[in-house]
Design a protein around this ligand. Sequence first.
Ligand code: MGD
Ligand code: MGD
Ligand code: MO
Length: 769
Amino acid sequence: MSEIRPHAAHWGSFDAVVENGRLTAARPFPRDPHPGALLDSVPAVVHAECRIDRPHIRAGWLRGERAGAERGDGDFVPVEWDRAIRLVAEETARVRAQHGDSSILGGSYGWSSAGRFHHAKSQLQRFLGLGGGYTTQLTNYSYGAGMTLMPHIFGTNDVLQGPVTDWPSIEKHTRLMLCFGGLPLKNALVTAGGAGAHEYVPWLRRVAAAGIRFVNISPFRGDAPDFLGAEWVPIRPNTDTALMLGMAHALVTGGLEDRGFLATHCSGWNKLRPYILGGSDGTAKTPEWAAGITGVPPETIRALAFEAARLPTMLTATWSLQRAEHGEQPWWMLVALASALGGIGRPGEGVMFGYGSLNGMGTPRRELPSVGLPASRNPGGIGIPVSRVTELLERPGEILQYNGRDIRLPEIRLIWWAGGNPFHHHQDLNRLRRGWNRAETIIVQEPWWTAAARHADIVLPATTTLERNDIGSSSRDRFVRAMHQAIPSQGQARNDHDMLADIAEALGFRDRFTEGRDEGAWLRHLYERWRQGCSRFGFDAPDFDRFWTTGHVEVPPPEEDFVLFADFAADPAANPLNTPSGKVELFSETIAGFGYDEIGGHPRWQAPTEYLGSELANRFPLHLLSFQPETRLHGQLDPGPVAAASKIQGREPILMHPEDAGARGLAAGDVVRVFNDRGACLAGLRLDAGLRRGVVAMATGAWWDPVPDGKGLDVHGNPNVLTQDVGTSRLGQGCAAQSCLVEIESFSAPLPPVTVHRAPSRRTAGVAS
Ligand SMILES: Nc1nc2c(c(=O)[nH]1)N[C@H]1C(S)=C(S)[C@@H](COP(=O)(O)OP(=O)(O)OC[C@H]3O[C@@H](n4cnc5c(=O)[nH]c(N)nc54)[C@H](O)[C@@H]3O)O[C@H]1N2
Ligand SMILES: Nc1nc2c(c(=O)[nH]1)N[C@H]1C(S)=C(S)[C@@H](COP(=O)(O)OP(=O)(O)OC[C@H]3O[C@@H](n4cnc5c(=O)[nH]c(N)nc54)[C@H](O)[C@@H]3O)O[C@H]1N2
Ligand SMILES: [Mo]
């Protein structure tokens, strides 16, 4: 007899099919118009061999090896929950008392799971905030540079977080869509908080049928699905700013710029224009100049500019463009280009970031709150930009500059992570590991033996969403989903909330943490808060009991198309932007005033230290893109069958142009060694003529599996052993993962096995408590 339970995940809503206490299938939510294949991985992953079955403590930590200890040798001692809770509470109290609250790093960045109550990162932050405070993390990996820049330029982050101008407006009004980074299908498999409906592909098909001309400006042809019929402009990675400048030059010299809009809606054109024409630095940013940098022919650059001036045009860039050294520049320059075209705030025109980056961007949505835990407080209050985590660990006491602020870096003694995987998300993992090992104690809450859990001292096994009740919700999705518990806790796993409540009890603040509610009472409470919030926006949601039995609430789509900045476009004096000038800032006095030499007052071309035009390309002649995986969500679902089916001899595939492979004597299906000065990994070679020559691409997310030989060869294929760990600039301090050069050679030694999907070896002998 099978039972069916409604459920939700970042990769889609589904009906959980349960037989004899085991999840046997995840059947797509019937209301989802385009469910994704990632659901096929769920049952195997929930019951995977690499689930953490009970609390574990690193044997060395129990022997007193703390700061400077090498982690990751797999030598763990299983312990009872009571003992784990006691040790964690004592250690937290000790560190707070001896070193202060800011010596605990608890930002705990990561996607956690769908389900807004049991959201692990929020639970941990609430716990650490109530306990006295902690060092937290600011911005994100996704668009950290962009989200720091855009408030200076547009006075808002709506242009990247949404609501962006929606697909119905594009369908009716756009004639040309220039897509930097394309409109990839793979990224729309997920929505943070739980995708009820995957509406991206249906909308893309509709806008394609409307006869819009699409241009995919990307090193990778595969960034646009065939049905768009997109023209492909293969550009060198990290050179988009130069292409945009070349287009702007063609507009200005052709007299095609919208002078009215530039005068009434923008500030700083008088400074940017001379830069484009060469008056301010002696170099005219002609299409010929841009061609030398981008590898795109000057005729193409000119034609793109003239077409964009002639047709109602939407400019868009994926978030990836700003995850690069000087990543602020292409986004700022795209805003400048849209300003020169004059379409900002007109239906179907202007500039938006990330239509192709996540399901739900551009989907029509009503302005409504989403379900969530109330924001927690952090009295300690120190925050560092998230992608500067290694620097934080490496140079305590020193200053980190960020967006006009000088942040003194605290000395971190205790690292605590729940719901994120730094050994997935961070760059230059060998360097991260050295910084990480400086901590005295590392606590990780995880359902699986990820690399982060393997590099912890105290490992607390968390349940998956299937083992608890919750509510799935995202502001980008029309469905709020009931997530019914489908199976019992696996092994001794516990909910993050419950384990933190017990630790809070040992520290004397259980009641403040739980507010006297259990899971059921919290869900009702959060739902009711949401329901009341909705009624203020004129939407009457059903009561909790009806919601819970129906399994979902559907929010009707809005009646009108949405156009971002429409009011501002219509009357900039009456509806100014929230910027110092009230206009779009093509020159920012604020940014110029920070005095950072790597970012000036207006967008400009700056060569990254690593790209195909830099000197380092003589030694490492291939530009590595590490994009989002089609087969999983970051590291999540990597042990599942969908990811396994794509691997080559168990290694993550790397895409390469056939001629680049031929020049190195490599063939499809080979296991190759990808390397630079920072590290090396193995990968399985896949040939793809749709990649620009000199560019290789590998998805993120294969679990880091370094051989313990001291040299750290990752045998599985995690691109973050290769990527560069620098901030985009001192303005954004975003992650610069896309600025990375490598070389590839054949790997002829016997293939080391991939063991990371098995539980680590462990000592069962107890150690006295
Ligand atoms: N090279 C390169 N690196 C990148 C990027 C790139 O483009 N290139 N992209 C970056 C981006 S945009 C992002 S957002 C990051 C993503 O980085 P992360 O968000 O850190 O990656 P995830 O693998 O989703 O990590 C979430 C972790 O939470 C765990 N988890 C799930 N449910 C629960 C739960 O209920 N309780 C607990 N305690 N844990 C749970 C999962 O098992 C998983 O290990 O990666 C970044 N890294
Ligand atoms: N299936 C799946 N979907 C996901 C995720 C996932 O893990 N799995 N992660 C989600 C998350 S957290 C985020 S933040 C978003 C990220 O969304 P994006 O940042 O948009 O995703 P990417 O796949 O890194 O990049 C999109 C494309 O940009 C191109 N590109 C890279 N560098 C350059 C460049 O310099 N110039 C140009 N013109 N193009 C370039 C690459 O070819 C790549 O395919 O994706 C989300 N969607
Ligand atoms: Mo992200």
